[in-house]
Design a protein. Structure first.
Length: 321
């Protein structure tokens, strides 16, 4: 069964839970658009949130034969894989006096919103940089495999040899970069649903798209501006706090960065979550209950899977600075 956050919200009776889901949707266009396969059940053992699936590695090929001859055999290749949903989120505390004297700014709502933004950013980080291995240098180990690892060394990972560092470079290399974008988009079987990048790359791609007449912008149901390249939403994956500094989810190394194109759906790139509507859970305190300091929690239980390696692609080493 597939479910979106908008559909998960409908199945919730509690108005606070519905508001929390909407906060997650506002905080992340990716989470808002993503389809989740909500079929994970820990069972009576209760210790794992593992999701098993079969990934299509190599599609079948067709050919011709002559009279009296046989076709050359060739089979589609599949691989059994597993991934896991991760429990992410956090707790926050509010003093009842601070809440009761908050005035125009609801302290409880403010703290919940900030925790939701942090959780959404952490999910973004795992979508790109996660790794299911317990130790994996350069990745967020012990989580789930993100796109950087899933596409590393595959035919869907392409290197860009066109620079966009300056405005003059973009004028000169506009058509050449459009060719690279055509290759990226064509590499996603069935077409891309979203283009994932950092903010600096989005600024560059916006400029290229405007030059080519491929740029459009509109507002969604939340009043949020959605920018598109050739009709495909361009998503800024944002930043996350690594414990000492705030860094881009999709980094820029030596002036070079990457764009990820994904085809969302249960046959391609999608989210995974527990059964029911438990992808997002909130625990808001009763401010009228005894106790001076109240604790609230928000939780996102999710991961990602790539059922078909042809449903995602990466254009890396794009020179932007």
């Amino acid at each position: 069964m597939a479910i979106t956050l908008a559909e998960a919200k409908v199945g919730m009776a509690d108005k606070v839970d519905q508001q929390i889901v909407d906060m997650f949707r506002r905080s992340s266009l990716l989470l808002d658009q993503m389809v989740f396969d909500n079929c994970i059940s820990p069972g009576t053992g209760g210790s794992t949130l593992t999701y098993g699936y079969v990934q299509l590695k190599t599609p079948a090929v067709a050919g011709v034969r002559k009279i009296g001859e046989e076709y050359a055999p060739g089979e589609a290749k599949r691989e059994k894989k597993t991934t896991s949903a991760i429990i992410m989120g956090g707790a926050f505390q509010v003093d009842r006096v601070l809440q009761n004297t908050a005035g125009a700014v609801d302290e409880l709502a403010f703290q919940a919103e900030q925790k939701i933004k942090a959780t959404a950013n952490y999910f973004h980080n795992l979508v790109i940089n996660g790794s299911g291995a317990d130790t994996d240098a350069g990745y967020v180990a012990g989580t789930f495999d993100g796109l950087r690892k899933l596409l590393s060394g595959s035919s869907s990972e392409m290197v860009c040899d066109v620079g966009l560092a300056t405005s003059a470079d973009m004028d000169t290399n506009c058509n050449a970069f459009l060719d690279r974008m055509d290759l990226l988009m064509a590499a996603v079987e069935g077409g891309a649903s979203a283009l994932l990048m950092n903010r600096d790359m989005l600024v560059k791609l916006r400029s290229i798209a405007r030059r080519a007449g491929y740029y459009e912008r509109s507002k969604d149901d939340f009043g949020r501006v959605v920018e598109t390249y050739a009709g495909v939403p361009m998503l800024d994956m944002g930043k996350y706090y690594d414990g000492s500094a705030t860094v881009d989810v999709i980094g820029t190394d030596s002036g070079k960065t990457a764009i990820y194109a994904v085809g969302m759906g249960l046959d391609g790139f999608h989210g995974i979550s527990p059964t029911g509507t438990g992808v997002i859970v909130s625990y808001m305190p009763d401010m009228a209950a005894p106790g001076a300091v109240k604790t609230g929690e928000v939780e996102l239980v999710a991961g990602v899977a790539l059922k078909n390696t042809l449903k995602a692609a990466c254009l890396k080493d794009i020179s932007i600075s």
